[in-house]
Ligand binder design. Structure first.
Ligand code: NAD
Length: 495
C-alpha cells in the first residue's frame, strides 16, 4: 500500500484544498506507485505564504547563533538517519546507494556549514571620512522566500537553499520537484524535529505549472530561488521582473572536459566516464562534452569505449549498478530525441543510443551509455543540454581551439581540463566561460564551503553555495553612527 503524504503549512500537516493528489512513481519500475502527494494550487500556496509571513516577525528576531543551533541539530539528525534518507533517494530518484549517501552527506555538510555562519554573518566596520562617526554594514533577512527545486539532487539542493535562507532569518515556502517529493517531506520533518518553529519552513507539493507558478506569481513573496532548467528559469525571471522580485537562478549546463595531449590519459578517461554516465548523466554538472586533442584522440577513444562498455546499467538498489535509470518517460524521450538529432546531423553513434527494454529493464526508464564522435561544435547535440547518459566527443588541434570550442555553447556551469602543464591549466581557467573549473578532475564535485553557480545561460549572476549564498538570502544595510554632536556630512564638503 502506498503512503499518502501531505503539505506542511504553519506547522501542520494538511491535504491540498482541492483534495487532489499526484503519484510518486519508481523510476526503476513504472508500475510501482511509491506514494501519493497533494496536488496543490494557488489556494494552498497562499496559505503557505501567509503562514511564512506571519512567522517572519518572530524568526527574524531569533539571533543567528540560536538559528544555527537548530541547523546543527538538523545536521545531526540527518546524519543519524543517513541510510534511511539514502534509501528514499534510491527509491524515488533511482540513483545508486553510494550516489545517494554522497548526496545525504552534501545536505548534512550544508546544515553544519550554515549553522556555523550563524556565529559569523559578518559585515564590515570601517572608518568614516568624517571624524567621530562609525561606518558599518549588517545583514538583514530578505523576507519570505519561495524556493523551487529539481529532482536530480532533491535533498542536497533543498538543503543548499533552505539552510542559508533560514540562517539569514528568512521564512520559506518550499515547492519541491513532483518526481521526488518524499525526500522533501523527510527534510521538512527533520527540520521540525530539530526545533524549527511552525510556519518558518512550509512545504507545498504540486506540479510546476500549478503550485510552482502560483508561488512565483504570489504578490507576498520577497525572493524566488530556483534551480532547474534554463527554459523554466527564463519564465520565472520574466514573472519576477514584472514585480521587481529578487530572483536567483541556478540553471542548466553543457559542461565539457578538455583533454590535452600531455595529460594522464587514464585519469582523464576515468573522470569523463564518471562525469558523463553516473546518475545516468542527470547532473547539472555532468560531463556532456569531451574536447580532445588530436594527438591522443585515437587512444582516448579506445580507452573511453573500453571503460564505458564495462558499465552496468541497472536499478539503484543493485550494488553492482554503475548507471541508474532515468527519472521518467519524458526525460527518456528527450534523450531519444537528441540521439535521433545527432544521427541526422551526421555525428557518428559510436556506442549505445537505445532504450533498454528487456528483462530487469522492462519496467524502468533505462538508457544505454551513449557516445557520439565526429561531432562538430555547431551541431545541436554539441550545444544543447541533453541531461542523460550521452557524451559527445569533439576533436581539436590546439588549446586555443579547445577553448574556442568550449566557449561555443550558451551555457557556462562547470568545466575541466586534463593537462600536466600548470601554465596551460591556469591559462585555460582564465579563459573557460564557466562558474566552476576543475583541473585534472571531473566536471562535478562541488564542496559546500565554496560558491557554486554558472555564467551565461546557466544562471543569472548569483552563487548559492558557500558564503556567497548569504548575498542571495540577505539584504545589506549600510549604517552610519555619528557621535560628533554636530551636523556633518560628506556632501557639505567642497573637496
Ligand atoms: P525543471 O525546470 O523542469 O523543474 C524544476 C522545478 O521547477 C520543479 O520543481 C518544477 O516543478 C518547477 N517548475 C516547472 N515549471 C515551472 C513553472 N512554470 N513555474 C514554477 N516552477 C516550475 O527542471 P528539472 O527537470 O526538475 O531539473 C533538471 C534541470 O535542472 C536541468 O536543466 C539541470 O541542469 C538543472 N539543474 C541545475 C542545477 C544547478 O545548480 N545549476 C542543479 C540541478 C539541476
Amino acid at each position: 500500500m502506498s503512503q499518502n503524504f501531505r503539505n506542511f503549512i504553519d506547522g501542520k500537516w494538511m491535504d491540498s484544498t482541492s483534495g487532489e493528489t499526484f503519484d510518486n512513481v519508481n523510476p526503476a519500475n513504472k508500475d510501482e506507485i511509491l506514494s501519493t502527494f497533494p496536488r496543490s494550487g494557488p489556494q494552498d500556496v497562499d496559505l503557505a505564504v501567509q503562514a511564512a509571513r506571519k512567522a517572519l516577525k518572530g524568526w527574524s528576531k531569533v539571533t543567528p547563533p540560536s538559528r544555527g543551533r537548530i541547523l546543527f541539530e538538523a545536521g545531526r539528525i540527518m546524519s543519524e538517519k543517513k541510510t534511511e534518507l539514502a534509501r528514499t533517494l534510491v527509491k524515488e530518484v533511482g540513483k545508486t546507494m553510494n550516489e545517494a549517501l554522497g548526496e545525504v552527506k552534501a545536505a548534512v555538510d550544508m546544515c553544519y556549514f550554515m549553522a556555523g555562519e550563524g556565529r559569523r554573518l559578518y559585515g564590515e566596520t570601517t572608518y568614516s571620512e568624517l571624524p567621530n562617526r562609525l561606518a558599518m554594514t549588517k545583514r538583514y533577512p530578505v523576507g519570505v522566500c519561495g524556493i523551487i527545486t529539481p529532482w536530480n539532487f532533491p535533498l542536497s539542493l533543498i538543503s543548499w537553499k533552505v539552510c542559508p535562507a533560514l540562517i539569514c532569518g528568512n521564512t520559506v515556502v518550499l515547492k519541491p520537484a513532483e518526481d521526488t517529493p518524499e525526500t522533501a517531506n523527510n527534510f521538512v520533518e527533520i527540520m521540525s524535529e530539530a526545533g524549527l518553529p511552525g510556519g518558518v519552513l512550509n512545504l507545498v507539493h504540486g506540479l510546476g505549472e500549478e503550485a510552482g507558478e502560483a508561488l512565483v506569481r504570489h504578490e507576498n513573496i520577497d525572493l524566488i530561488s530556483f534551480t532547474g532548467s534554463s527554459e523554466v528559469g527564463r519564465k520565472i525571471a520574466t514573472l519576477c521582473g514584472e514585480r521587481l522580485t529578487k530572483v536567483s537562478l541556478e540553471l542548466g549546463g553543457k559542461n565539457a572536459s578538455i583533454v590535452m595531449e600531455d595529460c594522464d590519459l587514464e585519469l582523464a578517461v576515468d573522470s569523463i566516464v564518471r562525469g558523463a554516465f553516473t546518475v545516468a548523466g542527470q547532473r547539472c554538472t555532468a560531463t556532456s562534452r569531451a574536447i580532445v586533442h588530436a594527438a591522443i584522440y585515437d587512444e582516448f577513444i579506445e580507452k573511453l569505449v573500453e571503460k564505458t562498455k564495462k558499465l552496468r546499467v541497472g536499478p539503484g538498489d543493485d550494488e553492482s549498478t554503475d548507471v541508474c535509470p532515468m527519472i521518467n518517460e519524458k526525460q527518456l524521450n528527450r534523450v531519444m530525441k537528441y540521439v535521433e538529432i545527432g544521427k541526422k546531423e551526421g555525428a557518428k553513434l559510436l556506442l549505445g543510443g537505445s532504450r533498454l527494454t528487456t528483462g530487469v529493464y522492462s519496467k524502468g526508464f533505462y538508457f544505454e551509455p551513449t557516445i557520439f564522435t565526429e561531432v562538430r561544435p555547431d551541431m545541436v547535440i554539441a550545444r544543447e543540454e541533453i541531461f542523460g547518459p550521452v557524451l559527445v566527443v569533439l576533436k581539436v588541434n590546439s588549446l586555443e581551439e579547445a577553448i574556442k570550442v568550449h566557449n561555443s555553447t550558451e551555457y557556462g556551469l562547470s568545466a575541466s581540463i586534463f593537462t600536466k602543464d600548470v601554465a596551460r591549466a591556469m591559462g585555460a581557467i582564465d579563459r573557460m566561460e564557466a562558474g566552476v573549473c576543475y583541473v585534472n578532475a571531473p566536471t562535478f564535485g562541488s564542496e559546500v564551503h565554496l560558491p557554486f553557480g554558472g555564467v551565461k545561460m546557466s544562471g543569472n549572476g548569483h552563487r548559492e553555495v558557500g558564503k556567497a549564498a548569504l548575498d542571495v538570502f540577505s539584504e545589506w544595510k549600510t549604517i552610519y553612527v555619528d557621535y560628533s554632536g554636530g551636523v556633518q556630512n560628506v556632501q557639505f564638503q567642497k573637496d
